[in-house]
Write a protein that binds this ligand. Structure first.
Ligand code: FAD
Length: 443
């Protein structure tokens, strides 16, 4: 596996201290130990791979999931638990300039369908995922953003077919949103969940439907084999499959498959979780809402009260990775938390961690056939919003791997193959300038 961060990023260091690990147990899956045949091999046991496995198994297709670590080890088991609209980093104008108005609307509707799919799965499978929050609320970090949000409300209605609720600055305190923002926009779609319970539930459901999952089974190589089949080299044994789905997102490699080389940009995101807050602490900050929230920065902060009154706060991670860089990134998150929630500056946050998200050159997710590799499919690049979009991508991939048109919206904006970034294996050098430009725009 050729990867563009050092080994620390792909080990347990970044995820040490993850709060979700203490909330539930996911049984470890054993490694693939013998040569095995399957209809569809799925690389990666996060929400994308497991949703694909569940949908394939329900259709009676043999699905074998292999993960270099284990179920939910990647971003899926350590994210902020915002099941929400999103998946691209491109704005409406950017999407419309490439795909037209109909293409923009089709993409936005698929975001909504993605949230609905998770909602359906949680209900159908009776998953206990600590669901709460009625949609999500965007909060203006400066007065000009509050004005822009009122304009944006109209586009939200057009995109998703429902009306968001504008919250004026002087109503924020009454809604429990504190005193430091300049206005808000509540989008009545999405909900908060415990991501580890969700991904563990998907894995159990996929197995119950007939799929097989192996942990500690990193794919070292994928090669074409006679009869239009694929050989996946794993732990010195071979998984032989008619079709392959690559679902590795921010943990992808340059050579699994070779086509991915230079086409994805892993980026880090950091989270902290406080101890449960008392009622008087919540009141001191004026923050009592259950809404999951984010601010209007390009390099945004995301935050929400958890059902047990702990507070989760996340933001972009560092550009470097390693033990010292991880400590610095965790300090930065803590500093931003204290400056945005000053009444809680003495509240401990014993839990903190980081993980990899994944960006595309054109800022849109990709779901589809890997060009030039018959029978190979991939779904990735959700721009830090993959709880719903990754689940949706998995369902689309399951249909594509069966040679069927998906029976759910599959917009052109998601079908366009990933373009290469400039600088190839050195493309991380592009990020400091990109982050500096975003930070400048966020002033
Ligand atoms: C800190 C953080 C907070 C986030 N918060 C949110 C949020 O609140 N809401 C939201 O929607 N999104 C959030 N995201 C993004 C979201 O978690 C991801 O988009 C989503 O989980 C991606 O799922 P996935 O299944 O595609 O990939 P992952 O869950 O990352 O899984 C990829 C898997 O592939 C495996 N793998 C890699 N290479 C190989 C190989 N060669 N062989 C075998 N296995 C391999 C890895 O071990 C890993 O388990 C967050 C991400 C992070 C890191």
């Amino acid at each position: 596996m050729k990867r563009i961060f050092g080994t620390f990023a792909y080990g347990d260091g970044p995820r040490n201290g993850c709060w979700w690990d203490e909330t539930c147990t996911i049984l470890p899956r054993g490694p693939l130990g013998t040569d095995t045949q399957t209809d569809v091999a799925i690389v990666g046991a996060g929400v994308t791979g497991l949703s694909a496995a569940l949908h394939l198994a329900r259709a009676g297709v043999g699905a074998t999931v292999v993960d270099a670590n284990d179920v939910g080890w990647g971003a899926s088991g350590r994210n902020g638990g915002f099941c929400c609209l999103g998946g691209s980093k491109a704005d409406d104008a950017g999407i419309e300039s490439r795909f037209g108005r109909a293409g923009r609307l089709a993409y936005r509707r698929s975001e909504l369908e993605a949230v609905r799919l998770v909602e359906r799965l949680v209900d159908e499978l009776s998953l206990d995922v600590d669901r709460h929050s009625a949609g999500e609320t965007m909060l203006a970090h400066r007065a000009s953003d509050a004005d822009a949000m009122r304009v944006r409300a109209a586009t939200v209605s057009e995109n998703y077919g429902f009306d968001p609720v504008v919250i004026e600055k002087d109503s924020l305190a009454a809604g429990g949103f504190g005193r430091f923002f300049h206005g808000g926009l509540t989008i009545p779609a999405g909900f908060g969940l415990n991501p580890r319970k969700y991904v563990g539930g998907l894995a159990d459901a996929a197995e119950a439907a007939g799929a097989t999952i192996f942990g500690q089974s990193g794919v070292d190589r994928i090669t074409p084999a006679p009869g239009h089949r694929w050989h996946l080299d794993i732990n010195g044994v071979t998984l032989c499959a008619d079709r392959v789905i690559v679902a590795t997102n921010g943990y992808s490699s340059e050579d699994i498959p070779d086509w991915l080389r230079g086409r994805f940009m892993p980026g880090q995101s950091n989270v902290l979780v406080t101890r449960p807050l008392t009622t008087s602490e919540l009141e001191a900050q004026g923050w009592t809402t259950d809404q999951m929230c984010y601010d209007t920065r390009n390099l945004l902060h995301y935050f929400r009260l958890l059902p047990d009154r702990r507070f989760l706060f996340g933001m972009r991670g560092g550009l470097l990775s390693g033990p010292a860089a991880e400590i610095r990134a965790r300090r930065r998150v803590r500093a931003d938390f204290e400056s945005m929630f000053p009444a809680w500056r003495d509240v401990e946050s014993a839990h903190a961690w980081s993980g990899m998200v994944c960006l595309a050159r054109d800022l849109m997710p990709f779901v589809g056939a890997v060009p030039g590799q018959k029978g190979m499919f991939a779904g990735l690049c959700y721009h830090g919003n993959g709880v719903a979009m990754g689940t949706y991508s998995g369902a689309l991939l399951a249909a594509l791997a069966q040679g069927k048109p998906p029976d759910m919206p599959f917009p052109d904006a998601m079908k366009t193959p990933l373009r290469r970034f400039e600088l190839g294996p050195l493309r991380r050098l592009l990020m400091p300038a990109a982050y500096a430009a975003y930070a400048f725009a966020d002033r």
